[in-house]
Design a protein around this ligand. Structure first.
Ligand code: SIN
Ligand code: FE
Length: 293
């Protein structure tokens, strides 16, 4: 671990996906933008399910396999029965992820929106993408076509590698530091342009100034190779079986290697956090003195 004053990674132990009580320390760390590495949770893969651990399970046109909130599986190859079995496997993880988040952070429960659950069978280190889509570069999550008006992106990950292969992440500096480093370099926001790209269907809804700034931070980090190399960061190998959670719109992260992971995303209004002043929306509001949405 290098050059990190206060670690952005917190290691904790748990023996069940359903925790007995609210974890105030977890909530504080999570909302401070740390990555919580949870050891001791079990996610079993049956003998029969081992057949899904091959890149050929992924449809060539798709980046990941995903199960939407209606239970429809997208991006997978296989017979009708395979699809049923694979959906059941991903659903099992979804239910575990829900138990974990609902029991650890009960205040969120009523307000969380479930996003698709993904299964990522590709080897990360050989993927070729544009710099902007390259998740091997440190970034905070922000999606060009999907403005979210400050809604939080909470993610639960599990390394399901059957080959003893860790999923190796880099975790960067606190969000406040990233925001103050880059905010003045982001090109000015234009409502007119936001209207135009919405009209053209480039964005699914009107891109707010908040979304413009978040995308600006995402792009500024990813395009800055000196930053990628020299920014405060740690490298963390998440072992097979490891579960980790973070607000990925706040915790700077990059994935360097690994294969076979599942991930569940939830969306949460920042007003429903335990400490709302820690949200990217509030941090950016403070820095700009503007409402942003
Ligand atoms: C990302 O969210 O940037 C990728 C994480 C991963 O695939 O491990
Ligand atoms: Fe990401």
């Amino acid at each position: 671990m290098i050059n990190q004053k206060k670690s952005q990674l917190v290691k904790i132990k748990a023996s069940s996906w359903k925790l007995k009580k609210f974890q105030s320390a977890w909530a504080k760390d999570l909302e401070n933008g740390k990555v919580l590495y949870i050891e001791g949770l079990k996610f079993e893969i049956t003998q029969n399910e081992k057949k899904f651990f091959s890149p050929s399970v992924l449809n060539k046109k798709s980046r990941n396999i995903s199960l939407d909130s209606k239970g429809i599986l997208k991006g997978a190859n296989g017979s009708e029965n395979d699809i049923k079995e694979l959906s059941a496997l991903i659903t099992r993880f979804r239910e575990d992820a829900k138990s974990l988040i609902f029991s650890a952070f009960p205040k969120y429960k009523k307000y969380l929106k479930l996003a698709p659950t993904s299964f990522r069978p590709m080897d990360v280190s050989i993927r070729v993408t544009s710099w902007r889509a390259d998740d091997k570069r440190l970034h905070v999550d922000s999606f060009p076509s999907r403005p979210n008006y400050g809604e939080r992106i909470l993610r639960v990950f599990v390394n399901v590698s059957p080959n003893d292969q860790p999923r190796v992440w880099r975790i960067g500096e606190p969000f406040e530091d990233i925001a103050s480093r880059y905010i003045d370099n982001i090109k000015p926001y234009s409502r007119l342009q936001a209207k135009l790209i919405n009209f053209l269907g480039v964005t699914k809804s009107f891109r707010s100034k908040y979304d413009h700034l978040m995308l600006g931070l995402h792009d500024a980090m990813k395009s800055d190779l000196t930053y990628q190399k020299n920014a405060p960061q740690i490298t963390v190998p998440f072992k097979p079986g490891a579960v980790w959670i973070c607000f990925s719109d706040q915790a700077a992260h990059a994935v360097m290697s690994g294969q076979y992971m599942m991930e569940q995303t939830f969306h949460l209004p920042p007003s429903k956090q335990y400490f709302r002043e820690k949200s990217p929306l509030e941090v950016l509001r403070k820095l700009t003195g503007e409402k942003l949405i």
